[in-house]
Design a protein around this ligand. Structure first.
Ligand code: MOS
Length: 786
């Protein structure tokens, strides 16, 4: 009989109460010195060959017989009402098979349908349009060019309304109203408080206060949002570029009032999500509804322009941080006031405040976060939403405090290491930040950084020796990533001795499929090649949670381990009956069943004997510990070189020391850390969504003008192997590594730039103009109106 537990699961700063259903006893954790043969070893991606050869079918690659293509009609105005919409001419074009307007979408979606992230459907599909580029209608045709032509024939008459696209302008009392209830999310700031900040600042010897600004960052996924839908009778199948196939199934079933059993969502490969594909979106609804109307498969894939405008982005933020400390560096009070840009329809608040509230031991803290609507595309979760912005602010401010105290910035951080989770008052599951500090500082050469900062470097012929200045900075990071239930897996032993692992998770590019295959093979005692993992299909595998919040491995690996253990036990029970012995005398290693060190039979021979009598094991993720908060933590150290003539910043080197529990696969771990750091370098130096505020128009909604880092911008990245299994967290000791590496990068780079040039840039991205302005004025705000 399954046991029922209620447990808490952290998803990107939010705590959810979940049930865990567990059959049998929880597995004992793999110890730190457990002898493992597959887990923990560098293992190439099990699907690497299909990914690089082009065999892998991403959503936009799927071609179904009779598939219909689509094109979009978008609103040219940042704020407008639809007065008249005439689709007559478009409908008359030969080859046009169907047209769906946003009002028709709203009419076909169940009244009041909402999702946690996406907000209320009716609001997002009404007559009022709230950003330039918002979708008005979708045209389906037998050919993509015909669809494009037809889209231009749709006549829309708009009533243009006043707009506001700039964050700080949208909170002014006379700003145009974006929603009838106002431009402030929930009508008021979110306030989080502990202790007494007034007393804390009164007790401080030194107080620093500064304002930091960050720009909007586009996810710029290589594969845009897309869906392909078809119906068989009243059953809907969706190929969807998504981070959560079961979420797509459940939400679409709710929106279209279908039984969950009649919706199937598939995502075998995805070209990036980074949080923007957490939920079904516009593409999903248009594809499903057009396919129902036309009775043919329909493909709806964003163009690059729409992807960059409407596909989501990290919200721009303005944060004021005030820190108080004793002479010796002990923090007495921490305050943060943040404004964050939710775009037109943001339905939740990114946690700008949490890094300031969590990173350091401080009895007095207060945060006030205000979400602001603007006439721009809606923000979406983006790799550690809020934490990246908020860490830039608090970790810049900590360096400013260190300067005011005349203290070494790392020493200041060490002085204030929290001994427990500062918001919940619970103990940490594990928090080896000192290990990260010590190893990272040693690797970057922290104690010699004063010497290094004055060494002129890149030899440019004829340039002054002082032209290039180097600096070293660091920043600290905390995140969740402990995962949790519900998460399920099944393990089937086939009659040829191979194994099929089924689980409803998805590999969003992180290596999930490889790691789960390793875990399954490890627990069964079989070679890696014997196991094939089937995921990303709600029609073929049991429930698994969203791949978000860095929680996939910590949620799924224990479920897979449990399922494999269950199958292994059945295998041994069967072997015991066949060989007339008892199961507890048997073991499996390398695909062979042994009794007291003597081989009895290979698993393959045993399964062949059984024929098609199949062994099938099931497993589920158990509850999280009640009395501990599972966190990941870490520090990054960056070395930069600033060209004082051009203002250009080059990152030379990043040392990353992250505690993510047990490292299940050093190769996929390293690629996660590198990817996060590269995305962080773009955020720090070049990336920003540029909007013409007067016209309300996006100016760089493409991959040419929006400056992503390229391989030429990638520095030497030194990923340290911290690798301390978190035995409290779950039976595998692994925690997430997806988000931690992007969190401190921009702050570490900003601190290194300040170290290099002696003035601080408090606004991201740190562009050459800002560097030159800062160098000229010596004040360091480098403020620049976008
Ligand atoms: Mo979240 S930004 O989907 O990991």
């Amino acid at each position: 009989m399954p046991k029922l537990f209620k447990t808490k699961v952290e998803i990107e700063g939010r705590i959810l109460e979940q049930y865990a259903l567990v059959e049998g006893d929880e597995l004992p954790p793999w110890d730190a010195d457990e002898e493992l043969g597959i887990v923990g070893y560098p293992t190439a991606r099990v699907d690497g060959a299909e990914r690089v050869s082009g065999d892998a079918r991403y959503t936009a690659d799927v071609r179904l017989p009779g598939m219909v293509y689509t094109a979009f009609v978008t609103c040219p105005h940042p704020h407008a009402n639809i007065l008249r919409l005439d689709v007559g001419a478009a409908r008359g074009l030969p080859g046009v098979l169907g047209i769906l307007t946003r009002q028709e979408v709203a009419a076909q979606v169940k009244d009041g349908s909402a999702s946690e992230l996406g907000g209320v459907v009716a609001l997002r599909y009404g007559d009022e349009l709230r950003y330039a580029g918002e979708i008005v209608a979708v045209v389906a045709a037998n050919d993509p060019d015909v669809a494009e032509d037809a889209a231009t024939l749709i006549a829309v008459e708009y009533e243009v309304l006043p707009h506001v696209t700039a964050l700080e302008a949208a909170v002014k009392p006379d700003a145009p109203l974006i929603h009838p209830s106002g431009n402030i999310f929930n009508g008021a700031p979110l306030v989080t408080e502990r202790g007494d900040c007034v007393a804390g600042f009164a007790a401080a010897d030194v107080v620093v206060e500064q304002t930091y600004r960050t720009a909007g960052q586009s996810h710029s996924c290589l594969e845009p949002h897309g869906s392909i839908a078809y119906w068989e009778g009243d059953t809907l199948t969706l190929y969807e570029s998504t981070q959560h196939v079961f979420g797509v199934r459940n939400i679409i079933a709710d929106w279209l009032d279908l039984p969950q059993s009649q919706v199937r969502a598939i995502c075998q490969y995805i070209g990036g999500g980074f949080g923007s594909k957490a939920e079904p979106d516009v593409t999903t609804l248009y594809a499903a509804l057009l396919a129902r109307q036309i009775r043919r498969p329909v493909q709806v894939v964003y163009t690059r322009r729409i992807e960059q405008i409407a596909g989501g982005h990290r919200s721009a933020a303005v944060m004021t941080i005030k820190l108080g400390a004793k002479r010796d560096g002990t923090l007495t009070a921490v305050e943060i006031h943040g404004l964050t840009d939710l775009g037109a329809y943001g339905a939740w608040l990114p946690d700008l405040d949490l890094p300031a509230l969590l990173l350091y031991r401080c009895p007095n803290a207060r945060a006030e976060t205000t979400g602001v609507y603007t006439n721009t595309g809606t923000f979406a979760a983006f790799r550690a939403p809020g934490f990246v912005e908020g860490t830039f602010a608090i970790e810049s401010a900590m360096d400013e405090l260190a300067a005011a105290l005349g203290m070494d910035p790392l020493a200041l951080r060490r002085k204030n290491i929290p001994d427990h989770h500062q918001l919940s008052s619970k103990a940490f599951s594990n928090y080896p930040i000192e290990v990260c500090y010590a190893q990272g500082a040693q690797r970057i050469g922290w104690k010699d950084r004063a010497k290094k900062a004055t060494v002129p470097s890149s030899a440019v012929l004829g340039s002054s020796p002082q032209r290039f200045r180097r600096g070293i900075g660091m920043a600290n990071q905390i995140w969740g990533g402990g995962g949790g239930p519900p998460a399920y897996a099944t393990v089937e032993l086939n009659s040829d001795g191979t194994v099929t692992l089924r689980t409803g998770t998805q590999d969003i590019g992180t290596g999930t499929k490889t790691i789960l295959t390793q875990v399954c093979a490890e627990e069964l005692g079989l070679p890696l090649a014997a196991v094939r993992t089937l995921l990303g299909d709600t029609g073929a595998a049991p429930y698994a949670p969203i791949s978000g919040g860095s929680m996939t491995v910590a949620s799924m690996a224990p479920a897979v381990r449990a399922a494999a253990r269950n199958a292994r036990q059945q295998l041994l029970d069967v072997a015991a009956q066949l060989f007339d012995t008892t199961a507890d005398t048997l073991e499996i290693h390398g695909g062979v069943i042994y009794q007291a060190a003597a081989p009895l039979a290979s698993v393959r021979e045993l399964m062949q004997k059984l024929g098609d009598a199949m062994i099938s094991g099931t497993g589920s993720r158990g509850p999280n510990p009640d009395d501990a908060r599972i966190v990941t933590s870490g520090a990054q150290f960056a070395e930069v070189e600033v060209d004082t003539l051009t203002g250009r910043v080059r990152v030379l080197r990043v040392v990353a020391a992250h505690d993510c529990g047990r490292i299940m696969n050093p190769l996929t771990f390293r690629s996660q850390i590198e990817g996060g750091i590269i995305q962080g370098i773009g955020y720090a130096l070049t990336e920003r969504r540029v909007i013409d505020h007067r016209l309300g128009q996006p100016l760089n909604a493409n991959l040419g003008d929006y400056q992503l880092p390229t391989i030429a911008d990638v520095p030497e990245i030194d990923v340290l192997r911290i690798d301390i299994p978190d035995l409290v967290a779950n039976p595998t000791g692994a925690k997430g590594a997806g988000e931690p590496p992007i969190i401190p990068t921009a702050a570490a780079i900003a601190n290194a730039v300040a170290d290099a040039i002696g003035v601080r840039i408090r606004e991201l991205p740190i562009t050459p103009e800002k560097v030159l302005t800062a160098l000229r004025s010596g004040t360091g705000t480098g403020r620049q109106e976008q």
